[in-house]
Write a protein that binds this ligand. Sequence first.
Ligand code: KIV
Ligand code: NA
Length: 264
Amino acid sequence: GRRVTVRDIAAAKERHEKWPMLTAYDALTARVFDEAGIPVLLVGDSAAMVVYGYDSTIPVTVDDLIPLTAAVVRGSQRAMVVADLPFGSYQSGTGEALATATRFLKETGAHAVKLEGGRRILPQVEAMVAAGIPVMAHLGLTPQSVNVFGGYRVQGRGQAGDELMADAKALEAAGAFSVVLECVPEDLAAKVTTSLSIPTIGIGAGDNTDAQVLVWQDMAGLTPRTAKFVKKYADLATILGDAARSYADDVVGGVFPAPEHTYH
Ligand code: KIV
Ligand code: NA
């Protein structure tokens, strides 16, 4: 079977079909999500927090994310893989953005890139689209700007909603193939979704976006604390913790390895 493409994503909006996106950072989880039918996998710069243990996305680098992205491509067969461009790898201009996006596509096999921002990064979006690189945009709570926002809080209330709408329309005109809307009021997300012909992907943006995305460790219950917008579909922290405790008990008690785990 072939991979999901930007054309499939566009067609889904015309058919009013909603679709799920998940993050992935390694080959085995990419394979599980791919086989579960998740059409788009994002190697998010959230790896800064859920893989590398930083307390924001600011510190993670291109060199940190390239091996994770390559692993997700190798682990999946059908999903479109989107590479998140980390803080400081595209803001300075079109040359930097093109060089970074090119590294991701050539060195990892990713099929598209994602970057944060609206009208202030239009030249970068246009340059990448002109170079043949599909671009996913990201508006609202853009975590790389946490130091400007003064924390992780809802964005786009009141006047800021008009600014977000203008950013979304400008990104569509610049050729972005989709836009993530993070932590914005549901009515704003709904308005943006009907105003654009490209799909919106919501996270904390209500149920009227074309698609949804969650960080997989959040939805699977591995992350200790999560935002209000996260639904927990499993309790992996408990499952893994129980497995580790059982293993430890077995080793200490001399129960593992048993004869069936042993080469005679
Ligand atoms: O880095 C990330 O995981 C993201 C998604 C939450 C959209 O940008
Ligand atoms: Na991100």
